[in-house]
Write a new protein. Structure first.
Length: 246
């Protein structure tokens, strides 16, 4: 009985509390603050990220070695794509972004600069790959490339046809490339700059490097096809100085 009376008292107290509560005021939903206007580009300097930098000058460009890489990959036993690189290479580019089909490129790679990630300091794997069965770098210290034709595929995509000379053998090779853009100058870089990415495939047996190629239908060896991946930047002529008028 006492429990029932207590429940009635609590119910009456709740009803009284709702009756004396201040009326709720309906409010309009808050409006979002207007978006801030994008910051204006500083006047007088072209964008350093323009993908179609039409003001990039035509002319001769030299490789920026500090911002360029040359790596290759090859199938190993079907388990991985073994990856290595060349540390020393150079290139010269003649380029006009308004007429990319006239692009000319020559490149030279130091075969003695091959570098792997082989971990055993007691075994010179880099030296083995420089040896006669592989690159034969003593007799053929330079790997060379030159363009023969450049196709403009649109949207900054290029197909680069060229000739690759390796171990004294010259064979055609095709690279799928992308023009990553460029600029006329930058506050920290007074010269024009352009950048490219490229990749292609060659058969090492075409150049007399046939050791370890697995028999047909097997992966037990080192693949014949070698993928080449290139990232490159080129430095052009200094930007022309603006005419000063009194």
């Amino acid at each position: 009985m006492k429990r029932f009376v207590l429940l009635l008292a609590l119910g009456a107290l709740a009803a009284c509390s709702q009756k004396n509560a201040p009326p709720q005021v309906q409010t309009e939903p808050a409006q979002a603050a207007p978006a801030a206007a994008p910051a204006a580009e500083p006047a007088g300097e072209p964008s350093a990220t323009a993908a179609h930098a039409s003001d990039v000058p035509a002319g001769d460009y030299k490789l920026d070695k500090a911002h360029s890489t040359l790596i290759f990959r090859v199938n190993h036993l079907g388990f991985s794509r073994f990856t290595a690189r060349f540390r020393r290479f150079d290139a010269q580019l003649r380029f006009d972004p308004r007429n990319v089909t006239a692009t000319q490129l020559t490149a030279a790679i130091d075969a003695r600069s091959i570098e792997t990630d082989y971990p055993d300091p007691k075994y010179d794997f880099n030296g083995e790959l420089q040896g006669e069965p592989w690159l034969n770098a003593v007799k053929f210290p330079e790997i060379a490339f030159r363009t023969t034709q450049v196709e403009d595929l649109g949207n900054d995509a290029l197909r680069v046809h060229g000739e690759l000379t390796l171990r004294g053998v010259t064979k055609p090779i095709v690279l799928d490339a992308k023009y990553n853009g460029g600029y006329l100058r930058h506050p920290m870089d007074p010269q024009a700059r352009v950048g490219f990415s490229a990749q292609g495939v060659l058969r090492r047996s075409d150049f007399g490097i046939s050791g370890g190629i697995p028999p047909a239908g097997s992966n037990l060896g080192v693949g014949d096809q070698v993928s080449v991946i290139i990232e490159s930047e080129f430095i052009g002529p200094p930007a022309p100085q603006a005419d000063s008028k009194p």
